[in-house]
Write a protein that binds this ligand. Structure first.
Ligand code: FAD
Ligand code: UDP
Length: 377
């Protein structure tokens, strides 16, 4: 009898949620592996040894969702502290609240607009010659006009994505709301918070179930897939096929610790929208846990660059050539009858935590159903 029925590659949210569902609803023995020496994937958190501040190791992670089922799910495994992300943008014209809201508009244009007046003002600035925006820049010019686009978005986006905003899909800008009221919460969501003891403790509890074994520092070798009844793969889809057709484009980020003490910047996240500033944002991690008190501080400047072999893939770029290449990998993936490709990297999509949890729950539900009926997962 094989030691394990199922292999789950990746101990991030996707892998952990699927493992837990399979462990709860089947009698299978499940091995979860990760090439890193810790669980949590890119959501991993750990306390800084010197200050005790909880650090989001791979960049700031704020849990936000509209889905009640996802919110209830994570709350079974951790207590969430109340946190609302309120980002500030350090721009060539001064410091403003982001996303663009009524205060941003009034301060930026030196006005005292009502919601309706602000809406009309932005409409008057928009480029009406653009009918259906085909890219990031057109989306910005149509709905915000050139001044707001250049002050808040152009420089940041070039730094973040390393290409002309005309090459990027409009969907990236649509992630950010524009509000004609004074709500300055970064996310449009119903539920928002951060686990008091960090994401790693939360994911550890998801994985803490009978018949789940976690093996860390254990990279997956595609040749071993035949040893399992099914493999749930949450790594990069192109890496699974050893980049046979070439590499999908990803941006990676690096962090440089700032020599800081006390309260360094007075907020968790400040974006730097000026292209002349080399970093895209600065995060000060004690502000992600306002329920804790820390005399000292931990802050990082974040730099974005193109991935090279060995770098951690962070943001799927999904340029036209990437989407075409992805299609070729998806065709190969369809031929893998005993492997499912899931999660942000397995499907090469820009997904937030709540989306990968929601999709993993839905997917695991279907998988259990298929297994029960002897069908293909
Ligand atoms: P991952 O977390 O990437 O986990 C995949 C795991 O698979 C990794 O641990 C990796 O080591 C492992 N793996 C890959 N290949 C192999 C292999 N061959 N062998 C063994 N192991 C392998 N979302 C939000 O909701 N809110 C936020 O504020 C937010 N901020 C973000 C900030 C940054 C900088 C980034 C990059 C992402 C952010 N996200 C945020 C998105 C969030 O990180 C993802 O939704 C989430 O991490 C996806 O989980 P996953 O399990 O699919 O992938
Ligand atoms: N963006 C920008 N200026 C900012 C913040 C965001 O131009 O100050 C753009 C950028 O292209 C980014 C996109 O808006 O990729 C979506 O922002 P979001 O905060 O969702 O990006 P994330 O950091 O989650 O990738």
């Amino acid at each position: 009898m094989p030691e394990y029925n199922f292999l789950i590659v990746g101990a991030g949210f996707s892998g952990a949620v699927i493992a837990r569902h399979l462990a709860t609803h089947t009698n299978a023995r499940i091995e979860v592996i990760d090439s890193r020496d810790h669980i949590g994937g890119n959501c991993h958190t750990a306390r800084d040894a010197a200050t005790g501040v909880m650090v989001h190791t791979y960049g700031p992670h704020i849990f936000n969702t509209r889905r009640d089922d996802v919110w209830n799910y994570v709350n079974q495994f951790a207590e969430f502290g109340p946190y609302t992300n309120r980002v500030k943008a350090h721009t060539p014209q001064g410091v403003f609240g982001l996303p663009i809201n009524l205060l941003t508009i009034n301060q930026f244009f030196g006005q005292t607009f009502s919601p309706a007046e602000a809406r009309a003002h932005l409409a008057s600035l928009g480029d009406h010659s653009i009918e259906e925006p085909q890219n990031f820049e057109e989306q910005a010019l149509k709905f915000l006009g050139r001044k707001l686009y250049e002050n808040f978005f152009r420089g940041y986006t070039i730094k973040q994505w390393g290409c002309d905003p005309k090459e990027l899909p409009a969907s990236i800008l649509k992630r950010l709301p524009v509000r004609f009221n004074y709500d300055d919460s970064y996310f449009d969501c119903v539920h928002q918070g951060i686990p008091r003891e960090g994401y790693t403790a939360l994911i550890e509890r998801i994985l803490d179930a009978p018949r789940i074994t976690v093996n860390l520092s254990r990279p997956f070798d595609p040749a071993e897939r035949t040893k399992y009844e099914h493999v749930f793969y949450t790594g990069p889809i192109d890496a699974f096929f050893e980049h046979r057709y070439g590499r999908l484009g990803y941006r990676t980020v690096t962090f440089e610790r700032v020599d800081a003490t006390g309260d360094f910047q007075g907020n968790a996240v400040i974006n730097y929208t000026d292209a002349k500033v080399p970093y895209s944002r600065v995060h000060e991690h004690k502000h992600f846990a306002p329920w804790e008190s820390h005399e000292h501080t931990v802050a990082f400047q974040e730099y974005s660059k193109e991935t090279q072999s060995g770098d951690i893939p962070y943001y799927p770029k999904r340029l036209k050539a990437d989407v075409e290449l992805l299609q070729r990998y998806v065709e190969l993936a369809m031929q893998e009858r005993a492997v499912s490709f899931v999660g942000r990297l397995g499907t090469y999509r820009y997904l937030n935590m709540d989306q990968v949890i929601g999709e993993s729950l839905d997917f695991a539900h279907q998988a259990v159903d298929a297994l029960a009926h002897g069908k293909r997962v």
